[in-house]
Ligand binder design. Sequence first.
Ligand SMILES: *Cc1c(COP(=O)(O)O)cnc(C)c1O
Length: 232
Amino acid sequence: MARIGISMEGVYVSVEENLACIRQSLQGYPVKIVAVTKNQSVDIMRAAIDAGITAIGENRVQEAQYKFTTLNRQVEWHLVGHLQTNKVRHAVKIFDLIHSVDSERLAAAIDRAAGQIGKRQDVLIQVNIGGEVQKFGIPPEETLALARVISQLPNIRLCGLMTIAPLYENPEDARPLFRRMYQLFQELKAVNLPNTDIQWLSMGMTNDYRVAVEEGANMVRIGTGIFGPRNY
Ligand SMILES: *Cc1c(COP(=O)(O)O)cnc(C)c1O
């Protein structure tokens, strides 16, 4: 969890210290940290960039658009939240990697919009590994079929898989799900689809990233652990 202190003005959080702790706990694992900055200010994002963060994650296109006008390409932009088809046109202009593709329809919309601006859009397939009804993501057993469809779209490049595990009080409970994700990731690599570059397994958030990396995640998405609690 984030280390949070109290200053004269109220609560403060040291982004640099928090990141140092997280990096310490990831030592020995080749993992890319995506700092999730939803509801965080551009100033706080700058602090994270100064502390060595190279990739930030947003979950709303509109919020990213506004922040992008200031920060531009100083950092990689990742869309970690659900993408509505009516926002795709804006999303492809900003995001280096879209983590949340979970239907043929969305993939086709991204392909079209990326083609219009002469871009090849990198994406991950979001898998609903816990089978939660309220969660976005495709069921694990449909993942390879969606990957095949995506591999035939010229303006989109599949780069791996993403999942959000159910929020368990004990992150150990997510371990079997992370393990299944890793197996699915290996299967996806093994089918060797054309026009893909399967390299990222994006799983693990503040409360469960340690378990996720032990089970093979090489990209973690951390918000609270770096920035402290979000004020909504
Ligand atoms: C908010 C969010 C995160 C980060 O969550 P924390 O628990 O604050 O680390 C990661 N992934 C997605 C998709 C998110 O929406």
